[in-house]
Ligand binder design. Structure first.
Ligand SMILES: [Zn+2]
Length: 318
């Protein structure tokens, strides 16, 4: 009798599990998912959107860490060894010695930025004699990375080719819609006020795509930053003076902090500008250049809204 009771209670426990199991859709089990490791979240967003529930995406340089100077830390080895695909930007972004050395020799590493350069080489910008790696700041150009990534993902997992191609097509449409939304929003700022000054040279692609006035020969005057392509806090007086002259020439009233860069350089500029009689302040809106708020497209839309709001408010009543 005792044995029957035990069997009955075990049976009653297992029956609900059986039905739960039957009702579950045939999705990929977590342990079966291919693992894609991305150096930065901007690449991670594309990989997640393309891979859906067939892949597991991990980001190496997380949060507010600086991708320009990131060095491998304890725990990274395991992520790298487990990865079926390692996506990085290239174009000189990941130049921390240990990470750069690994990317050079890793058999599963693929440079998204450099694949975009091969397709659209005239669109790659330069600063101080080196390539500008902040290519994601132009959403339409970053969308050129979808085809190369989907090619790599299909090579890693050919069985799910149609699934990845369909998701890639949807992502492309979404990115082109966001690109247009940002363009229309930023272009609503009068051209005489459409000048962006931030902490480091992360917004050149943004300036060329979204700030440039239609028919304008050059976009360079639309963007200025005291720190170079890789922020290091090392400012010289000539760089500071150049930015102050630029603020005065274009009657710029607001400069923007970036989320993962020290505000020291823009504070110095604003203090020096005020002493010279400029009406200038630091925006309360923070921009996302190297790091993200939310996902990549949300961060790009945040930047566009923050820039538009701040520039219009700063020039209100002029
Ligand atoms: Zn940067």
């Amino acid at each position: 009798m005792d044995r029957f009771k035990k069997f009955l209670s075990l049976f009653l426990c297992l029956v609900p599990l059986f039905f739960i199991g039957c009702g579950r859709p045939p999705e990929t089990q977590k342990s079966d998912r291919k693992k894609i490791l991305c150096t930065i979240a901007q690449i991670g967003h594309l990989a997640s959107e393309i891979g859906g529930d067939k892949v597991e995406v991990q980001i190496l340089v997380r949060g507010e860490l600086n991708p320009h100077s990131y060095e491998l830390v304890k725990g990274d080895d395991e992520k790298i060894q487990r990865a079926d695909l390692l996506l990085y930007n290239g174009l000189g972004l990941e130049h921390g010695a240990s990470l750069a050395a690994l990317l050079k020799v890793h058999p599963k590493a693929f440079a998204v930025g450099e694949s975009i350069e091969r397709q659209c080489c005239q669109k790659i910008l330069w600063a101080d004699g080196v390539k500008d790696p902040h290519i994601w700041m132009d959403v339409s150009l970053w969308a050129e990375g979808i085809d190369p990534i989907v090619g790599e993902v299909i090579a890693m997992d050919p069985e799910n080719k149609d699934y990845y191609l369909e998701r890639a097509a949807t992502l492309k449409e979404k990115m082109m819609a966001v690109d247009k939304e940002i363009f229309d929003l930023v272009q609503s700022i009068p051209a005489t006020q459409r000048y962006l000054v931030t902490s480091h040279d992360a917004f050149q692609y943004f300036a060329k795509r979204y700030l440039k006035e239609s028919g304008e020969a050059s976009w360079e005057m639309r963007f200025k930053a005291p720190e170079g392509l890789a922020p290091d806090g090392q400012l010289n007086p000539i760089d500071i003076q150049k930015v102050i002259d630029h603020l005065a020439e274009h009657q710029i009233r607001v400069v923007f902090p970036e989320s993962n860069v020290s505000r020291d350089s823009i504070r110095k500029i604003v203090d020096a500008g005020k002493k010279m009689g400029l009406k200038i302040h630091i925006s309360k809106e923070v921009l996302y250049g190297d790091s993200l708020k939310g996902n990549y497209l949300e961060a790009m839309l945040h930047n566009a809204h923050a820039i538009t709001r701040s520039l219009l408010e700063a020039n209100d009543g002029l």
